[in-house]
Design a protein around this ligand. Structure first.
Ligand code: TK8
Length: 350
């Protein structure tokens, strides 16, 4: 081999290695593996197709949960129920997907609870700031009586609610400056979910909130229509908001569940055995998806920081300043949500 060829080969290997490193730096963080399917094949009549739509993208924990759901349902129905997944709001944002379920043109979706409060007022419990101190408290509420009551309550208007997963604790990002105190929010244009309590939260904190569908959010941030937004780490990363937002603050200000919904029109055509299979699969998906999201937060923060985003973690005193400032929101909504419900969650937190 001549020296020139040698150099060329070496630089080719170098380029390949460089390519690999670049790939690894961009790679989505490792997710816990999809579990094996437990349980026997369920025997029932008929063949069915489920189109399952979500607003978050294919690289998020929610989609990963859906892949597990698909695996459970297809294996345990021995292929008689086929599940097709549609991430990234291809079939509509949270509200559009819910209305497609009602009209029977879509079989399943799993929106955040917040855009649905006008339909199901009790869901507003999940919009109260700093109500769920830990994921364990959230689990107790979702998997306990309150969660069950809410599933029952949401099983009307052409919908059947069969389980809970989670979006998670929400964090603030923006394109302007580091935020460590409510004063830093003065005049900041923050996109919120289409939900009156969220509007109230950001107004009370001194920001300038604008409600908007999640499907429009990336473009709105990119074009500077809004300066900031708030979503859980996994959603910030899977939506690549770091490409258009330089600053993130770990506020944990609201905990948002995802509720698993089925079209009543579709549900009523399913044999009882298959209805139960979907309930079981939704339960298992919820447990797995919560685990996936929660296990990734540290890695995601690191990846976002590596990508050049400034990640700010708050001291307990700094968190308290946000909590104190936002406290009046409770007075505004307590009666409407039901003081008892709020007290029950607080009791679960002791
Ligand atoms: C995804 C939404 C989203 C939510 C939002 O469909 O709108 O900000 O947090 O993740 O449900």
């Amino acid at each position: 081999m001549t020296t020139t060829t040698m150099t060329r080969v070496t630089s080719m290997i170098g380029a390949a290695l460089l390519g690999l490193t670049a790939l690894q730096a961009n790679a989505a963080p490792e997710m816990p593996p999809i579990p094996d399917v437990q349980g026997d094949v369920v025997q029932a009549d008929g063949d069915f197709k489920i189109k399952f739509s979500i607003g978050t993208t294919q690289s998020g924990a929610q989609y990963r949960g859906l892949e597990y759901f698909e695996k459970i349902v297809e294996q345990r129905s021995d292929g008689h129920i086929q599940v097709e997944l549609f991430p990234g709001a291809q079939l509509g944002d949270d509200l559009q997907a819910v209305s497609a379920l009602q009209s029977g043109t879509l079989e399943m979706t799993a929106p955040s609870t917040s855009p649905l409060v006008s339909m199901f007022p009790k869901f507003a419990l999940f919009d109260l700031p700093f109500l769920f101190p830990t994921p364990d408290v959230a689990d107790q509420v979702l998997d306990g009586d309150i969660g069950q009551q809410m599933l029952d309550e949401a099983s009307t208007n052409g919908l059947v609610a069969i389980g809970w997963a989670e979006n998670g604790y929400r964090q603030l990002t923006n394109s302007r400056q580091e935020v460590t105190a409510p004063e830093d929010l003065e005049g900041l244009k923050v996109r919120t979910m289409q939900n009156p309590i969220h509007l109230d939260i950001w107004r009370t904190l001194g920001a300038n909130p604008t409600p908007m569908s999640f499907a429009e959010l990336f473009t709105a941030l990119e074009q500077g229509v809004v300066d900031g937004q708030e979503n859980p780490w996994i959603t910030i990363q899977s939506s690549r908001f770091n490409e258009v937002q330089d600053y993130a603050t770990e506020t944990n200000h609201v905990y948002t569940p995802f509720i698993t919904l089925v079209s009543e029109r579709f549900w009523s055509r399913l044999p009882a055995e298959y209805q139960q299979l979907l309930r079981d699969a939704a339960q298992q998906m919820g447990e797995y998806e919560r685990h996936v999201g929660r296990s990734m937060n540290d890695q995601i923060k690191q990846d976002l920081a590596d990508s050049g985003m400034q990640i700010t973690e708050l001291t307990p005193e700094q968190v308290k300043a946000f909590q104190d400032k936002v406290a009046p929101v409770y007075d505004n909504w307590r009666d409407q949500i039901g003081g008892e419900l709020i007290d029950q969650v607080r009791a679960a937190s002791q």
